[in-house]
Design a protein around this ligand. Sequence first.
Ligand code: FES
Length: 208
Amino acid sequence: MENQEENQIESFDSAAGESVGQAEEPVNPPEPGTPESAGERRGFIKFLCAFIGTLISAVPFGAGVWSYFDPLAKRNKGGGDGFVMVTTLDAIPADGSPAKFSVVADKVDAWNRFSNVSIGAVYLRLVDGVPKALHTVCPHLGCFVDYRPGNKDFFCPCHNSNFKLDGSLAVGVSPRRMDPLDIQIRNKTEVWVKFQNFQPGHSDRVPV
Ligand code: FES
C-alpha cells in the first residue's frame, strides 16, 4: 500500500516536472529605459521618418503627373481658344465712350481649379458700332490705367502716361500704346475677348 502511494506521488512529481518543462516563458514588454525599449523606439522613429518622407515626395510627384496628363490643366483660362465672354453688345455705351468690364473665367493651375474668378479687366468701346478692346494694365510698369471722362482719355497715375481713346500714347514714359485685344461677336450679341497679359517695359508686345 505504502509502495503504491509512493509510486503515485512519484508519478505526480514527474507529471508536474514535464508540465513545468513544456511551459512557455512569459514574454514581458521591455522595461522603459532598457536597451530593448530604446531599440524599439528607434525602429519606430525610422519607420515614421521613411513614411513621412515618402508621403512628402509622392504628393508633388502625383500633382505633376496629374497636371501633365489632365487636359483641363492645359486649357487656356476661360475657354479652349483663349476667348472669354465679357458682356453683350448692348452693355457697351452707344456714345463711343469706353466702359470697363471684368474678365471672369475659370482659372486652372497645377494644383487647383477656380471657377468664375476675375482674371483681369478690359476697356470696351464702340467705334462705328464695332467693339474695340484695350487692356487696362499700363504697358510701362503694370499699373492700372484710368479712364477720364472729362478729358476723354486714359491716364496712368503711376508715372503720368496719357493715352488717347484708341489707346495710342499721347504723352508719357510708356514704351508702347495700350495693348489692344482681339474681339469676336458670337451668337449675334455676345462680346468675346481673347484675354491675355503682356510683359510691361517692352516696346513690343511680349505675351506673359
Ligand atoms: S506704370 Fe503707367 S506710366 Fe508707369
